[in-house]
Design a protein around this ligand. Structure first.
Ligand code: M6R
Length: 612
């Protein structure tokens, strides 16, 4: 969480930073701030609220500078307020710093500094770290770089920090551990950011900074060092990202754009991998490790949020066609348990951002115990992609809406491809069914396109249901996790309380909630559970609940029973979540829009959760 941007070079720093912050606002939007440094003149402007609020508040100020740092905050230590907004100034006023992450031992450091007479203007861990750095520098009469190195050896937690020193307007100093930092290399200029989106319009040459690395950046020089003060050769990569991918492209909201992009993102995810006619799946990361994957005694999926739901769906698919036992773990729980990992266990880590702190630590824990880690990640070059032993990218392109949509279906596609490849290798799936599933998968992008034609109808339903205060989402088999995902989308985007449940489990408790006020949303595409679901719908109708069902085309039975329906094209039930989830994404999005909420930036949330 939190977005950081920094610039040094011949351009005006302020517009570069503000534009960048707007692109990174999905990472947090509790407050925004900027520090500008020009010829020893250091100015800090910060404000609670969105970047636009900050921008408005500093019209008319002297914003001229060729070096600067900016921050958009997702609050951890201290409420969202002007005084807790970044950048923070050190006690002397000489240093300004932005920070993304959490300093876990900040309380101890604060006590030490308080005993030395330091006073703090904010409640943040960031201000503590900043003063700790300055204190070391003053006591040791050393360079800022050296004091930072000493400080970071004492610090526990996660950080990307960028420092400006009033006495050295030609230099930015940055460090990273556990939070992302990309440096863009221009001609006589450098750009720093939490992801590449603020950088792409200026340069495609980037360096992804690794954990425990420090960067000393001047206009025409980039020096990377480790905490032992040894120089590291920067690994310069070419960005494979276009500006259009991070713009709204005519849609009012990124979330809506991303939902509608799914025919293309699924197609991109399959492209070059699936050849349905030849019956082949080409995925280097899987092929090179096919022995490990197909001989796995157990697969453990670790993920959070929507990615965890993708793992749950994959559990059904892997167990069904690969006959490998699968466990799906919340990364946040897995990391703190003492999980039993045997030789031959494979971890599949699923993450859109590739930066989710809990997932990263869960991977590290499993690695320590000798597990083989396979990453299913969207953001190229992200931490999880880099620490995994092997992996497959989801190729969904930048997902900017805080609620995950196209990344979810792309995760499912990748997981399905892996499962099919393993099942084919193990011969746990008949050749006939294998070929049929490949051809069904091949047809999915067109079917998604087709179902999106019903978006107007779904928008009307959203209008109809916008007044409800609760909703229950039900499904069976691999559409049970679709129910969980539908409920999560509704909660996130429309702030309506929603719960997902296995449909059969309803009678063990949640049925008590059912009355004429409660919409019950069924994820019920054609499957072996069809008759069972019909019974569950009857049970709801008998108690006067409202039934809204996602069904397959031609399902007249449920169509007649339900109050409202959303239809999806027919496909094999094994891969049906790829279709059934999309009406639920649209429903949540339109409902949030109908209620007048900012669906791209739901309250209290941030896109990538880089704190635990
Ligand atoms: O980037 P990741 O996939 O690791 O993120 C995991 C969750 O934080 C994420 O899916 C979150 O639940 C989204 N807000 C869901 O829409």
């Amino acid at each position: 969480m939190c977005g950081i941007v920094a610039y040094i070079g011949p351009r005006e720093a302020y517009p570069v930073i503000m534009k960048g912050l707007k692109r990174l606002e999905y990472r947090g939007y509790d407050s925004a701030g900027v520090a500008l440094l020009d010829k020893h003149n250091l100015r800090v402007f910060k404000k609670q609220g969105r970047v636009a609020v900050l921008e408005e508040s500093i019209i008319g100020e002297d914003l001229h500078a060729h070096a600067g740092i900016g921050h958009t905050r997702w609050a951890t230590h201290g409420e969202p307020s002007d005084r807790n907004a970044h950048p923070h100034l050190s006690a002397s006023g000489r240093l300004a710093m932005i920070h993304n992450g959490i300093i876990e031992n900040y309380a101890q450091l604060k006590t030490e500094l308080t005993k030395k007479g330091y006073h703090f203007k904010s409640d943040t861990d960031t201000e503590v770290l900043l003063n700790f750095i300055e204190d070391i520098q003053e006591n040791n009469q050393c360079s800022l770089e050296e004091s930072l190195r000493i400080a970071l050896k004492r610090v526990t937690g996660a950080y990307v920090i960028v420092l400006l020193d009033r006495n050295h307007p030609d230099t930015l100093i940055a460090a990273r551990k556990g939070s992302p930092l990309v440096i863009g290399i221009g001609k006589g200029e450098h750009f720093l950011a939490s992801d590449a989106s603020p950088i792409i319009e200026y340069t495609k040459e980037v360096v992804y900074v690794n954990d425990y690395e420090l960067a000393i950046i001047k206009c025409d020089e980039l020096i990377l060092k480790n905490l032992g003060n040894e120089k590291i050769t920067p690994f310069v990569q070419k960005l494979d990202l276009e500006l259009t991918a991070i713009e709204k492209g005519g849609y009012d909201h990124f979330m809506l754009k991303e939902i509608f992009e799914q025919p293309d993102t699924i197609f991109d995810c399959l492209r070059g991998r699936l050849d349905a006619a030849k019956g082949t799946i080409t995925m280097a990361g899987v092929q090179n490790n096919l022995d490990k994957l197909s001989q796995a005694k157990r697969i453990i999926m670790v993920a959070c949020g929507t990615s965890w739901h993708a793992g749950l769906i994959a559990e059904y698919i892997f167990e069904e066609i690969c006959r490998i036992p699968v466990e799906v773990e919340y990364a946040s729980e897995f990391r703190y348990r003492n999980p039993v990992i045997h030789p031959g266990d494979v971890i599949i880590a699923i993450s859109q951002s590739g930066e989710t702190a809990d997932t990263i630590v869960a991977i590290e824990k499993a690695k320590e115990q000798g597990a083989f880690i396979f990453g299913v990640v969207n953001v190229v070059g992200s931490s999880i992609a880099r620490i995994s032993d092997a992996g497959a990218y989801t190729h969904a392109g930048p997902e900017i809406g805080v609620a995950s949509t196209k990344a979810f279906t792309a995760q499912l596609v990748v997981l399905i491809l892996i499962a099919l490849k393993i099942a084919h290798e193990k011969q746990t799936l008949s050749d006939e069914r294998y070929m049929m599933l490949l051809s069904e998968l091949h047809a999915i992008p067109e079917k998604v396109k087709e179902l999106l034609h019903s978006s107007r109808h779904i928008r009307k339903l959203a209008e109809k249901y916008k007044g409800v205060s609760d909703a229950l989402y039900l499904g069976r088999g691999n559409n049970f996790p679709v129910a969980l995902e539908g409920a999560l989308k509704l909660k996130e985007i429309s702030y309506i309380h929603a719960e997902g449940y296995p449909a059969a489990e309803m009678k063990h408790g949640p049925i008590a909630l059912v009355d004429e006020q409660l919409p019950v949303v069924f994820a019920a595409p054609k499957s072996v559970y069809h008759e069972k679901l019909i019974s569950n719908i009857q049970e709801i109708k008998a108690r006067k609940g409202m039934v809204l069902a996602v069904i397959s085309e031609g399902d007249d039975v449920i169509a007649k029973m339900a109050d409202d329906i959303m239809t999806v094209p027919l496909t094999d039930e094994l891969i049906s979540p790829l279709l059934s989830v999309i009406p639920l994404q649209l429903f949540a999005c339109y409902l949030g829009m109908a209620k007048g909420f900012d669906v791209d930036k739901p309250r209290n949330l941030a896109k990538s959760v880089t704190v635990e």
